[in-house]
Design a protein around this ligand. Sequence first.
Ligand SMILES: O=C(O)C1=C[C@@H](OP(=O)(O)O)[C@@H](O)[C@H](O)C1
Ligand SMILES: C=C(OP(=O)(O)O)C(=O)O
Length: 404
Amino acid sequence: MQFKSELRGRVVLPSSKSITNRVLMLSALADTPCTLLNVSDCDDARVMSAAMSERPERIDIGAAGTAMRFSTAFFAAQPGRHYIFGTPRMHERPISVLADALNSLGADVRYADRTGYPPLVVLGRTLTGGSVEISANVSSQYISALLMIGPIMEKGLHLRLTGGIISRPYIDMTISLMQAFGAEVTWIGDQTIYVKPGRYHHEGPFAIESDWSSASYWYEIMALSADSDARIELPGLHPKSLQGDSRVREYFEMFGIQTTFDAEGAVLTKMHRPVPETIQMDLSEQPDLAQTLVVTSAMLHRPFHFKGLQTLKIKETDRLAAMRNELLKFGIKVEVRSDSELLWDGSTTAMQFPLTIDTYDDHRMAMAFAPCAMRFPEIVINHPEVVSKSYPTFWETLRPFVRN
Ligand SMILES: O=C(O)C1=C[C@@H](OP(=O)(O)O)[C@@H](O)[C@H](O)C1
Ligand SMILES: C=C(OP(=O)(O)O)C(=O)O
């Protein structure tokens, strides 16, 4: 894949899968369903939408972490029996933190196979609610799932978060969306959230934002492009966003990419300033940007130290190991430290040809490595179809920027 030397164009992004999957659940819990505009049609949103609308006894949740966690809480809190299963990888992604919290609120969530992991048998019932503690340092999705059923429980929910809070912007997104659907949610101090019992409703249609995580790959393409007049328009992105990944625009200033906004959305251009000699970042609030930022730093030959990556091991694949393996093919020797950091001191070894990148069933591996074609046109990405998890049109939108 050879990029054209001029990088100019307009890219229509998918809509946010995180917002989509939350509003699908909130709308399903509302007195009357809300009209949702700009719903994502990615795999993860499709399985969530099917679970919420069809509510079959056997639910195939595929590889969608949010849909797995959100639908477990959804079905635990109302009468009915459901068996929720997914891909082999889904059955390796832990869920006991959520299942334990639900069960201590009076729910009946059982493991159909291995303790602590999907598949689950959810024997749903009306829940009284009340107080529960939950570790906040494994996945914020468990917290979002519990919060969203808070209003429909008789006593509401008093959720005490223990340990450090990771992926915090996703909790804030959940709270904002619940409030937009009429719920009363308040922080009590730094570690407790109270959700008042009540009913969800939304006046008029709800429009879902475009996806900032997907935009990150266009930032990476901009950063790796040699075209000093490069310009990419990303309609549908606005400075005030519910998505924590909107910070990508600040992070990429470091790589010389400027973001301005017009009436339609964001416009990316080059700032013509030097990239720092080394890159250091804590991504505990933006885990989904890790691959984009790590690959960008590596391709720009900037030694790096990324911290706050403790959730990456339990995502679509072990992303720490996957990054180390694939960057080694470029001769870049990355160290994984304490299961939560990626370091590159600048040391290199021979490149491995042919340059074939494995994607490990992980959409973000494919999308983060695709821009490497700017530097290595001969690169081959295995299983490019994995992008459909969050960004089904990724390759199609790339086409106008590459030579036939
Ligand atoms: O709530 C959400 O929509 C998400 C939360 C994050 O997961 P963790 O909280 O497990 O880090 C993120 O990685 C995922 O892609 C989407
Ligand atoms: C981690 C991700 O998704 P999930 O956990 O919802 O499967 C992701 O999209 O990068």
